[in-house]
Ligand binder design. Sequence first.
Ligand SMILES: *[C@@H]1O[C@H](CO)[C@@H](O)[C@H](O)[C@H]1NC(C)=O
Ligand SMILES: *[C@@H]1O[C@H](CO)[C@@H](O)[C@H](O)[C@H]1NC(C)=O
Length: 435
Amino acid sequence: MQVVTLIIILFFCKASEFRKVRRNNRGNNDKSNSSKRSSSTVKRYAPRLPCDIYTYLNEKYLDCQEKRQTTVQNDWPEDLIHILLSRNKIQIIKDNVFSKFQNLKSLDLQQNEITKIEHQAFFGLKRLTTLLLQHNRIKTLSEEVFIQMPRLTYLRLYDNPWDCNCELESLVTFIQIPRHRNFGNYAKCEKPAELEGQKLKEITPQIICQDEDGQPKPLEGPKVTRPSVDSTLCHTYLYPIATLDCRKKELQQVPTDISPDIIKLDLSSNKIKRLQAKEFTDIPNLEILNLSNNGIESIDPAAFSGLMNLHELDLSENKLCNFQYGVLEDLYFLRKLWLRDNPWRCDYNIHYLFYWLKHHYNVNYNGLECKEPQEYKGWFVGKYVRSYYEECPNDRFQVHAGINEDDWEKLEDTKHKTQIESAKTQGVLLTVLTP
Ligand SMILES: *[C@@H]1O[C@H](CO)[C@@H](O)[C@H](O)[C@H]1NC(C)=O
Ligand SMILES: *[C@@H]1O[C@H](CO)[C@@H](O)[C@H](O)[C@H]1NC(C)=O
């Protein structure tokens, strides 16, 4: 039998493809890189200010995250659309400090040390839709602070030590208005002891005021304590893409209360051993899911059901031996799949995974290498599957557009991802094997 291999590589305009690759990589980049990405528009605003000001998709950002800021500077430009001030040292928000930012749409003040917000603090923010105040030290707030922002749609208040006494009544009432369904979800009382752990969204406002009379407090049913599977342990970031960062939180399960607008979910380095059916159906917009380094042993065939928009799935560093039939069926738009460092077992049960990848040749994957049994250890799974069918010469005939699986893997394994992506977009590799 003679094998003739024909390789045709067509090169397209390099420059334009490079741009494409860069854009495709967007989801992978963290914040520090997102500002670099639009480097052509980055300006150091003033020498004494270490914050970046940049324009992205025609909206002006001030990125002043983790810069040890203690106050709002009064020389920031008025036409900002987004202000990112997370992870600073701000303690008090004074009246009118934001009043000149009339076009501001989002204000991120999470992970500061805020204890006090004056009543007129957000005065003038007529267009603000998103206000992030989670992970601070706020004990009490009045509704008055928020009524100046008629367009407010997202308000995050969790992980603050809320003191659920009469002073908090107006806020509790305010966030419970049905129209405010994205206000203060997951915020919980820290005091008084009887209400500890109760959600502000769920307590009856009148109850917190009865305390004043010294009356015994009628509680609504037993206190519900849930195991540590709620997402309040995680950090939320809204720009450049809505991300829930749950890395290293000792989670044993996927949190059940993830906001449906999350696009990127990072669950890496937790202790999730198995994925149950329909774990992610509440987050249908998810595009990037990182489950690496969890010790996952099994994945229910319906675990990923509903993830129609998922582009990237990282399952590296787990304990997977194979995929049950069906696991990948819902992932119509999957483009990248990380599989390395799993104890893949090369027997008949691995064929589903291999054939799924073969038929979805635009899914770029890596790390599918046999670890078991000993005789196939170190083989690429593709080689093992071909050897399984060795007796059948008809299977040798293939016309395959794209780069064949082994080549992808070799390239991926040498960590030349960028080159692969550009190779993929720049050329078509045609392999013809004839008997
Ligand atoms: C960020 O960009 C730099 C180059 O600008 C690169 O070396 C680094 O790997 C990038 N980091 C991430 C997380 O993409
Ligand atoms: C997933 O998380 C791990 C550990 O945090 C990280 O090394 C890896 O790059 C992440 N994968 C993706 C696709 O971002």
